[in-house]
Write a protein that binds this ligand. Structure first.
Ligand code: NAD
Ligand code: DAU
Length: 332
């Protein structure tokens, strides 16, 4: 049994990972989370108190970080400012958390000699043309577009440098778009589901031709656990489940799964610098570490997710009006 420190474990993917660890391992888990607007204690409700502890704090606070690393066998680093639209509005917190925060964690990993896994995104690779047969691989050159993705790219490079220069025992993973329970209502899929629940028409940026490569958050968690257990130090693994869909098709599917006319949505102002297409080739993870996704049917995963938002209105209701006011001010 190990002690795992999960940064950002009160956020969307981090909390899904904590639930996954509780269900599939004997590890004890400490969550370090600043509880920003995106963190939610309620995402950890129902987990056993003797296995999961939440510490409220900033990953850029070297003192708290050092204390927690002293008691950890491994660290999985999810904490980040994660939303592209926010990064276009105010990039500064992205630098503080994604760059300085990651640097602070790496220094602690170096001092305390703790195994480190860094969570990153496929957005570091930029975007692909719609008709390009290529997908991202571990050797695709970095070419990030937004303040968010450029700070994630910077954090990845810091991790690689700390492995090479200081011998930190780290692995990295870059995953495609996640969906599932506990995702903040600012993000595409939960925004549209909660819009329909509230009687608001879904909002599609531009023509909606942009493609995202969807993976269920629980499949992301199983892949991260596999890398933590068996990944080679210094290596990067791409995580994806062959889930390419354009945004228009996803909105139409949400509407029809929720019993509405599939064209009952609005086209709104496009995102500045909007990446066209992401697509992951996860051959390395599948062949080297034998990982496979469990959710292979997007429609049934989406149906479950819609039901989760219907059943858990108390989890998201307090955030909804503020998010819609933010978007309305941007014409989105
Ligand atoms: P999220 O915004 O839902 O959660 C982020 C969490 O980090 C929140 O709980 C927040 O309170 C916490 N946090 C933010 N700043 C902090 C700080 N300074 N110190 C401590 N905690 C802090 O994000 P998410 O969608 O769960 O993404 C988690 C990670 O996964 C990020 O690193 C992101 O880049 C990466 N990722 C996300 C996706 C996706 O589709 N959402 C895909 C690939 C990779
Ligand atoms: O690819 C991984 C990335 O996926 C992660 O690194 C990010 O943290 C995560 O937020 C996500 O980034 P995206 O920008 O792709 O996700 P978002 O949910 O913001 O948007 C998904 C797509 O939907 C994108 O093409 C923009 C579009 N969109 C978004 C919103 C919020 C709309 O059309 N309408 C909307 O209301």
């Amino acid at each position: 049994m190990s002690r795992i420190l999960v940064t950002g474990g009160a956020g969307f993917i981090g909390s899904n990972f904590v639930h996954h660890l509780v269900e599939h391992t004997d590890h004890t888990i400490t969550v370090l989370d600043k509880l920003t607007y995106a963190g939610n204690r309620a995402s950890l409700d129902g987990l056993p108190a003797d296995r999961v502890t939440l510490v409220e704090g900033d990953i850029a606070d070297a003192e708290i970080v050092d204390d927690l690393f002293a008691d950890a066998d491994a660290v999985v680093h999810y904490a980040a400012e994660s939303h592209n639209d926010n990064s276009l509005n105010d990039p500064r917190p992205f630098l503080d958390t994604n760059i300085i925060g990651t640097y602070t964690l790496l220094e602690a990993a170096r001092r305390r000699k703790v195994r480190f896994h860094h969570i990153s995104t496929d957005e570091v690779y930029g975007d692909l043309e719609l008709d390009d047969p290529a997908r991202f691989t571990e050797s695709t050159p970095y070419n990030p577009s937004s303040p968010y993705s450029s700070t994630k790219a910077g954090s990845d490079l810091l991790v690689r440098a700390w492995v090479r220069s200081f011998g930190v025992e780290a692995t990295l993973s870059n995953c495609s778009n996640n969906y599932g329970p506990y995702q903040h209502v600012e993000k595409f899929i939960p925004r549209q589901i909660t819009n329909v629940i509230r009687g608001i028409r879904p909002k599609l940026y531009g023509a909606g031709q942009n493609v995202r490569d969807w993976i269920h958050a629980d499949d992301h968690s199983s892949a991260v656990l596999r890398i933590l257990e068996s990944g080679r130090i210094g290596e990067t693994y791409l995580i994806g489940a062959d889930g390419e869909k354009n945004n228009k098709d996803v909105v139409e599917l949400i509407l029809s799964l929720m019993g509405e006319a599939p064209d009952a949505y609005d086209h709104v102002t496009d995102r500045a610098g909007h990446d066209l297409r992401y697509a992951i080739d996860s051959t390395k993870l599948r062949t080297e570490l034998g990982w496979q996704p469990r959710y292979r049917d997007f429609e049934s995963g989406l149906r479950e997710t819609i039901q989760w938002y219907r059943d858990n209105e108390a989890w998201w209701a307090a955030d909804k009006d503020g998010v819609e006011a933010f978007y309305a001010a941007r014409g989105q």
